[in-house]
Design a protein around this ligand. Structure first.
Ligand SMILES: *Cc1c(COP(=O)(O)O)cnc(C)c1O
Length: 406
């Protein structure tokens, strides 16, 4: 596959105002104009390269946007104050009252709650379907449908979307395919596979240091400009603007993304294989037992692996909680939501990040209450981590007698 995202990022070149090796940070909310006429034209959206007001755009945000467009291989990208800021802007830009969305049923809890509850206020309906069942996706499409929405690798069940097939379907019906690629930067390139709009929560792997929230929308220049339109742009009018200082710091962290993703993936694959051998219920898209393994192999960039997220089902919420507390005591990571940190993060999605999803729906989609989601860290000695995790599981009786005897 001809995919050179890391080359495109490597090839970006910025100079600071004084010849610095990092771009200068623009620390202003508003910008001067030499002529009043140019100010008017800028409001009308006619003047490229003029800064107006920071909610509209700012140099630091444009630099980060340019780098993220390079990451996904799209024409353009707009950054936002959070992943949800990016997602909600896209939805409001594409949907009017009475419109309809076809979405995967396994998506980030906040996105699910927004579509299921909040959009009711605007009479926008969502059908939640199994994205791996293309017939179900197609049957859900109505004349009112304005987008197909999914995650490349879904939260928290790690379903793998067949982006090529979904994009063919979306094109057949003349609607855009919107893909949240938060779980798989670099390893999956949805826009190269036919997605029209790619979203990330930058909060996770891309920034990678759990010190901020931010988001991005990658797409055509036309769509990105429409989001910024002073009269009709959802990004501009909803106002979830990323601070320029933060944009500059995310841009610096982006430079090590390729190294981090390889290590996250290597460590997660190691643990997933070990725990599967130990007889535990592991879900990881890099295991041949995973239903999305083949699709994943067809559409991934092998260099970056299958990603850093894995789930373990330890049988009950009580055991899950005990295990997570013990792992934190032993300094294997943190009992915390979110992902992409250098330390392993773990949480029980049913009672945390997916608690917006009603219990009976959680059951229907296979989200059991003993499920723990792990964002595997950058541990240098992952075998040592495995041994300590295993000793915790032995102590809590999570591995059965046969497994213990081995
Ligand atoms: C965290 C997350 C979001 C939301 O991003 P925020 O930066 O927290 O607003 C959206 N989608 C996925 C897959 C996520 O993991």
């Amino acid at each position: 596959m001809d995919y050179k995202a890391s080359d495109r990022i490597q090839d970006l070149q910025y100079f600071g105002e004084f010849g610095g090796v990092n771009p200068s940070i623009s620390d202003s909310s508003t910008y001067t104009f030499l002529s009043a006429k140019t100010m008017f034209d800028t409001f009308e959206g006619n003047t490229e390269g003029c800064y107006l007001y920071t909610r509209h755009s700012s140099p630091s945000n444009l630099y980060l946007g340019e780098a993220l467009a390079a990451l996904e291989g799209t024409e353009s990208a707009n950054v936002y104050a959070s992943g949800m800021g990016a997602i909600t802007s896209v939805i409001f830009q594409l949907c009017d009252a009475q419109d309809h969305i076809v979405s995967s049923r396994t998506i980030y809890g906040g996105t699910y709650a927004f579509m299921k509850n909040f959009l009711k206020k605007f009479t926008i309906e969502t059908s939640f379907v199994d994205m791996t069942n293309l017939d179900a996706v197609e049957q859900a499409i109505t004349p009112q449908t304005k987008m197909i929405y999914c995650e490349a690798i879904s939260n928290p069940l790690l379903e793998v979307a067949n982006i090529k097939a979904l994009s063919t379907l979306a094109k057949k019906h003349g609607i855009p395919l919107v893909v949240d690629n938060t779980f798989s930067p670099l390893s999956i390139a949805p826009a190269q596979l036919g997605a029209d709009i790619v979203i990330h929560s930058l909060t996770k792997f891309i920034n990678g240091s759990s010190d901020c929230v931010a988001g991005v929308v990658c797409g055509t220049t036309e769509f990105c400009l429409s989001l910024k339109d002073v009269n009709h742009g959802a990004g501009m009018l909803l106002g979830s603007t990323l601070d320029g200082l933060r944009a500059a710091s995310i841009l610096k962290n982006l430079r090590t993304l390729h190294i981090r993703m390889k290590k996250h993936s290597e460590n997660a694959l190691f643990l997933a294989e070990k725990f599967e051998d130990d007889g535990l219920k592991v879900v990881y898209p890099g295991l041949s037992s995973h239903p999305g393994f083949e699709v994943m192999q067809q559409q991934m960039h092998p260099k970056y692996g299958f990603g850093g997220i894995m789930t373990l089902d330890v049988g009950s919420l009580e055991k899950a909680n005990l295990l997570m507390e013990m792992m934190q005591q032993k300094n294997l990571g943190y009992l915390a939501v979110s992902l992409g940190f250098y330390k392993t993060l773990f949480s029980a999605p049913g009672t945390s990040t997916s608690s917006e999803i009603p219990l009976e729906e959680q059951e229907a989609m296979g989200l059991s209450d003993g499920l723990i989601r792990f964002s595997i860290g950058l541990d240098d000695d992952i075998n040592r981590t495995y041994e300590i995790m295993k000793s915790c599981m032995n102590e809590l009786g999570i591995l059965n007698k046969k497994q213990l005897a081995e």
